[in-house]
Write a protein that binds this ligand. Structure first.
Ligand code: MN
Length: 285
């Protein structure tokens, strides 16, 4: 199932090129949810509700995708996690830039997971409002995990049980010497979308071809089979430090090919099994 949020906080199921309105399910789930819960009530309720939502979608009127404004697929994430240096070819390109050997760069095990501010999240209908245009602002193409179930110290064997689904993401980055979490947390520097593809539709998350274009020109192309820490290990590693909550976003790392983004550029991040996130960069005013 492809679940989206759109227009004025509506919940939809995408079938073909139509969005079917299942907002009544969202209303009922939210009414029953505790305000003090960590994470997103709709994502937390999916194990119980996904069958009902799929049925509801069949009867609900459709609206063409081209006529809706797609929002970030999770309304209330408790956090946004991100994996640094998780493709060898990206480590190599960053090492080359700095004129040092790749072995001298900390791997993900030593560097750890970092957090991006929730306020940096933006959906496909938004823009990436670039700041610090005199500095290097770059795209990072990433598959994003949506956590489905609360857990801590999750084992590799159980990791996939904690995943609700996947979407595409851009870990937008201003290069520089500040902490990653600071440079990568600018408003709009975490585009996500276009929707959540539920985990049951992804046979093998460690074999997802991904591609990124800027204004139609391919810049990044890889496969999650090249991840240093694969999807299961990322869940195991992050949850050894953090409790994961339903609706948490987890950016899984970028392959090589990162390049500058400037106001007006159209950036697309695509995976055949997930969909295409397309968003335009602007200038922050
Ligand atoms: Mn990244």
């Amino acid at each position: 199932m492809r679940l989206c949020r759109y227009d004025d906080d509506r919940l939809g199921v995408v079938i073909g090129d139509q969005v079917h309105d299942v907002t009544p399910a969202q209303d009922e789930i939210r009414r029953a949810a505790r305000y003090d819960m960590f994470g997103d009530a709709v994502i937390a309720a999916l194990p119980e509700w996904s069958g009902k939502i799929a049925e509801m979608a069949k009867k609900a009127p459709g609206k063409p995708l081209s006529q809706v404004k797609l929002l970030p697929p999770v309304a209330r994430p408790s956090k946004v996690m991100a994996a640094p240096t998780n493709y060898r070819a990206h480590i190599a390109e960053m090492a080359e830039r700095s004129g040092t050997a790749p072995e001298n760069h900390r791997g993900i095990g030593a560097a750890g997971i970092f957090l991006k501010a929730n306020s940096s999240i933006v959906g496909p209908s938004g823009t990436i409002p670039l700041r610090f245009l005199e500095r290097l602002n770059e795209h990072e193409l990433e598959v994003v995990i949506i956590i489905g179930k609360k857990g801590t110290n999750i084992s590799r064997e159980n990791a996939l049980d904690h995943i609700a689904g996947y979407c595409m993401g851009l870990d937008m980055t201003t290069r520089g010497k500040e902490d990653r979490s600071f440079r990568k947390s600018i408003d709009g520097y975490s585009p996500v979308g276009p929707w959540i593809v539920t985990a049951d539709e992804i046979a093998d998350p460690d074999n997802l071809p991904i591609v990124l274009t800027v204004n139609g020109v391919t810049k990044q192309e890889s496969n999650t089979s090249n991840l240093v820490y694969d999807i299961r290990k990322l869940i195991e590693f992050a949850s050894s430090f953090y409790t994961l909550h339903p609706g948490d976003y987890f950016f899984t790392g970028t392959p090589n090919g990162v390049s500058p983004v400037r106001p007006g550029d159209w950036v697309t991040a695509a995976c055949p099994q997930i969909g295409e996130l397309k968003i335009q960069a602007s200038e922050q005013k």
